[in-house]
Design a protein around this ligand. Structure first.
Ligand code: ADE
Length: 227
């Protein structure tokens, strides 16, 4: 899978997309994440990416032409499943969306900035608008990195133990059960006995019951969700 990210702050992605699982998935050839500097697609000598809004509101608006140039340039090279714009008014990103996108071949993520982007881009070039939650970020870069992380880790082979991506919190609308490792006792704080028992069926029952109890207590809204 290939993810092309268009941004005015490409340096923000350093360290976010080249560590850990994202790094390994790219090294294994499972994913390619390519960051494009929007200023490389500008048409004037000042490399301008924004301008004052018509109608006199406060704040700057991102220009159509560099964005159209960047998207057109990419579309000439391959077919994209989605051209996504990160925005607080988009559909809220969740695990089913990440699952679906992890099966795509190619996506573009355009990171919003300033007061927004010229609305004609949203009408004519964007196929999906995605928010990562009901709060306003300075720009869409962190949102794009969050999405790339959640999507790439789901590509088969990205995580060593494939089972572990499937047993994540949210995969079945349940929070994950607690996990423990050595030592079995620390300062008198004990690991639940059942986990040391070796009875796999009983352990699985315990995990499910813990997952349900934690979900009811911490995120009861998940139990009503029908994805
Ligand atoms: N840009 C600014 N806020 C955002 C949010 N919550 N999600 C996605 N993109 C954003």
């Amino acid at each position: 899978m290939r993810i092309d990210i268009i941004s005015v702050l490409p340096q923000m992605f350093t360290g976010l997309i080249d560590c850990s699982i994202l790094k390994r998935a790219q090294e294994k050839g499972l994913a390619e994440i390519v960051i494009h500097n929007l200023r490389d697609y500008t048409v004037d000598k000042h490399r301008k990416v924004d301008d004052y809004p018509f109608g006199g509101e406060a704040g700057m608006v991102m220009l159509i032409e560099p964005i159209d140039n960047a998207i057109s340039h990419l579309k000439q090279q391959r077919i994209y499943d989605e051209v996504i714009y990160t925005s607080p008014d988009g559909e809220v990103f969740n695990q089913p969306m990440a699952n679906q996108m992890s099966s795509y071949e190619n996506i573009i993520i355009l990171c919003g900035h300033y007061k927004g982007i010229d609305y004609r881009i949203r009408e004519h070039l964007i196929t999906k608008e995605v928010s990562i939650g009901d709060f306003v970020l300075t720009g869409g870069e962190l949102a794009a990195a969050v999405m790339a992380d959640a999507i790439v880790r789901l590509i088969p082979g990205a995580i060593g133990d494939e089972q572990s991506a499937l047993s994540d919190s949210f995969q079945d609308n349940l929070l994950a059960p607690p996990v423990y490792t050595r030592p079995a006792e620390y300062k008198g704080w004990k690991v639940p006995e059942i986990l040391l028992s070796g009875h796999q069926a009983k352990i699985d029952d315990w995990k499910l019951q813990q997952a349900m109890e934690r979900t009811e207590r911490l995120r009861p809204d998940l139990l009503d969700k029908k994805y």
